[in-house]
Design a protein around this ligand. Structure first.
Ligand code: SF4
Length: 278
């Protein structure tokens, strides 16, 4: 399957535009539901402000938050999909264009000198996660991530016999975060794999649709998180998180890596699919 590189680049610019401006329906619905059931009046007013913010961003075509995030992509590349050009270079080009066009805040800096590239690119950025899948389609998900919630994330290499400490690790991470990651949160938990794989699992868990039923382990953690009373924007209330999603992978018999990726209410992501027909 061949695609025009220029059309591809503009599709990715538009994908980023959608991700930055329009919150996915499942996230929006969960926020609407939270506003309906929250009884704390301060938290309720904050949820109303968030919903108004979402509406204004969509109506005016502007990003929903001033922190437009660091550019992260998840790519599922069909083994029979052959675009005929350098996909990675094209995605990078799209990020540069999107930064100027949407516009996006230039957030990418050298980690040591703190020098800003000015266009949201640099070594390792955009962060593109490749997965080879069967078939002749290419699916790209853009998931820009703000620093406020990313900075509150955590990873710990547990001793395997400490498995029952995992829920407490989530609670401690949420308590330490307080209002800083702009709750209500979505909490991605990665258990297993290796040091880095656990973090990737936690991030992937944030892409799970919020209508995906939680298992009893996830439900129990969510209930405990909401019992903390941190509430919307940390101002108190019964809804600190909207969902907890856990993803697992087999790990070394002597290891138990656990990563927690905290996501603010602005759980931005959007996907596009290329190809698929003969
Ligand atoms: S944590 Fe989320 S909502 Fe808060 S400033 Fe950062 S990106 Fe925006």
């Amino acid at each position: 399957m061949k695609i025009n590189p220029n059309n591809f680049i503009w599709s990715i610019v538009n994908l980023l535009r959608k991700a930055e401006i329009e919150l996915p329906e499942d996230v929006k619905s969960a926020l609407i539901r939270a506003e309906t059931i929250e009884e704390n009046q301060v938290a309720k007013s904050q949820l109303q402000a968030i919903l108004k913010n979402i509406e204004l961003a969509k109506n005016h075509g502007i990003p929903m938050c001033q922190d437009t995030g660091i550019m992260i992509f998840f790519v599922e590349l069909g083994t029979e999909f052959h675009p005929g050009f350098d996909l990675e270079a094209a995605i990078k080009e799209a990020v540069i264009l999107a930064t100027a066009e949407i516009p996006l805040r230039p957030n990418a800096v050298n980690p040591l000198t703190r020098q800003n590239s000015g266009d949201n690119t640099g070594i390792g950025i955009p962060d593109i996660n490749w997965k080879l899948v069967p078939g002749n389609q290419l699916k790209i998900t853009a998931a820009p991530k703000g620093a406020g919630s990313e900075n509150m994330s955590a990873l710990h290499m547990f001793n395997p016999k400490e498995i029952e400490h995992i829920p407490n690790f989530v609670l401690e991470t949420v308590v330490n975060a307080g209002g800083m990651p702009c709750p209500p949160l979505m909490i991605g938990v990665g258990i297993g794999g290796s040091f880095d794989a656990a973090a990737r699992l936690a991030k992937e868990a944030l892409l799970e649709p919020l209508y995906t039923p939680m298992n009893s382990f996830e439900e129990e953690i969510l209930e405990a998180v909401n019992a903390l009373g941190i509430g919307c924007m940390g101002l108190g209330g019964s809804i600190t998180a909207l969902a907890v999603h856990v993803k697992t992978a087999y790990c070394h018999t002597a290891s138990l890596p656990v990563a927690i990726n905290i996501q603010c209410w602005a759980n931005r992501h959007a996907s596009v699919v290329f190809g698929g027909e003969e």
